[in-house]
Design a binder for this molecule. Structure first.
Ligand SMILES: Cc1cc2nc3c(=O)[nH]c(=O)nc-3n(C[C@H](O)[C@H](O)[C@H](O)COP(=O)(O)O)c2cc1C
Length: 371
């Protein structure tokens, strides 16, 4: 298991990282009839990945869905899509979303090892534990209780790390068993392991085994609570986990213009589709015993963006958005995961007009700390 702890003071000196959601499913990132100049096809996405790496984005996160529920009628598979994006880029890291259950860890360990070899170790994984019961039913996968899903995911991650790093790997778990297994070739470098989720079980798993914890959009105070909770628990097990937060960015010349776009998104929301989504995810959000899972407290407006991305409030003029990103960093956030209305245009705009302001604020803060 990787778990080298690094003091948070060291972390704060690292530039905050930027990732974008890969639109590998149809319908864009908001459940609204507003025009979205975005496409789920591979040509659009190859170009987007090239724009992103030239614009200062270090990571791209793919999504995994086996079936549509509401919107997202078409969904490209995440590992093959990630490979295609890696082949089209030179330095971007691509994170493939993986669902334990449909995937056996031996299969994904081997796929990742090969793709890692082909692409200079630029493939990472996001282990998602599942929230959509209808999807599992549709493909004949047993649907486990909330905390059992995380017990399985934790074994899944421990197995991946073992198979990727050890020869004669042996593991006797409740979900997976390996005997003297040696994977050849191994990945060219240890792949980073991300995970998504906000519940107690998700945070506890992050504090033990994941390199990165991804959470839904939230206020700076809400994010701080999660960061403090995870980091305190992680310290007990000598583990260091990095934090990524989702946000839907609407950056325009002025705050008024950005707010107008948000109003337009919300007024174009498809109520039937949002309610159907709300029904599924609140079921999922309330499924964890303590009822703190993703979406447990989301309003109708929050859910117009699938992962509560408006709540992070990266909506405004470039300087306000840069300031808010630095505030997120000050409470321990290491990476901001961004969704956009018009991906190619807005990723480029963000790289040109927001990232340099963030870097300037970080330099100012570093100088202040040094003084
Ligand atoms: C950034 C992020 C990305 C996610 N990507 C996916 C995905 O591609 N497919 C999926 O089924 N679930 C995805 N999830 C859902 C989570 O894995 C998890 O099932 C959900 O957040 C509910 O977890 P909780 O009850 O522990 O909060 C994602 C979550 C986050 C925060």
């Amino acid at each position: 298991m990787t778990g080298a702890s690094s003091p948070s003071s060291q972390q704060d000196t690292q530039p905050i990282k930027f990732a974008y959601w890969v639109p590998n499913v149809s319908g864009g990132l908001v459940i609204s009839k507003i025009e979205q100049r975005t496409s789920w096809d591979i040509d659009y996405n190859r170009k987007l990945a090239q724009i992103a790496e030239a614009s200062g984005f270090e990571y791209a996160l793919t999504q995994i869905r086996f079936t549509a529920g509401y919107g997202a009628e078409y969904q490209h598979e995440s590992v093959s899509f990630s490979h295609a994006l890696l082949a089209a880029t030179e330095k971007l890291n691509v994170i493939a979303a993986i669902l334990p259950g449909p995937w056996h860890p031996a299969v994904i360990a081997k796929q990742v090892a090969s793709i890692s070899q082909f692409t200079g170790g630029r493939l990472a994984v996001n282990i998602v534990s599942g929230w959509f019961r209808g999807e599992f039913q549709a493909i004949g996968e047993p649907w486990l209780d909330h905390d059992e899903r995380y017990r399985r995911s934790e074994e899944f991650i421990r197995v991946l790390r073992g198979v990727w790093s050890e020869d004669n790997f042996t593991f006797a778990g409740d979900f997976y068993r390996f005997r003297n297994y040696t994977l050849k070739p191994k990945p060219s470098s240890p792949p980073e392991v991300f995970q998504g989720g906000s519940s107690r079980a998700a945070r506890d798993m992050a504090s033990r085994v994941s390199d990165w914890y991804f959470t839904n959009g939230n206020t700076v105070e809400g994010v701080k609570k999660q960061v403090d909770d995870i980091r305190a628990k992680a310290a007990q097990s000598g583990h260091h986990v990095k934090i990524g937060v989702n946000a839907f960015a609407i950056v325009r010349a002025t705050k008024e213009e950005a707010n107008e776009v948000l109003d337009e998104i919300l007024s174009g929301a498809d109520p039937e589709a949002v309610r159907a989504f709300q029904h599924e995810v609140q079921n999922a959000g309330n499924a964890s015993p303590e009822r703190e899972g993703n979406w447990a407290k989301s309003s109708f407006e929050d859910l117009v963006q699938y992962n509560d991305g408006f709540r992070t409030n990266l909506i405004g003029a470039p300087d306000e958005v840069a300031q808010r990103i630095v505030e997120l960093k000050s409470v321990g956030v290491d990476l901001v995961l961004l969704g956009f209305l018009h991906f190619q245009e807005e990723v480029e705009f963000f790289g040109k007009h927001v990232i340099p302001l963030v870097r300037a604020l970080e330099a100012k803060e570093a100088a202040r700390t040094a003084a």
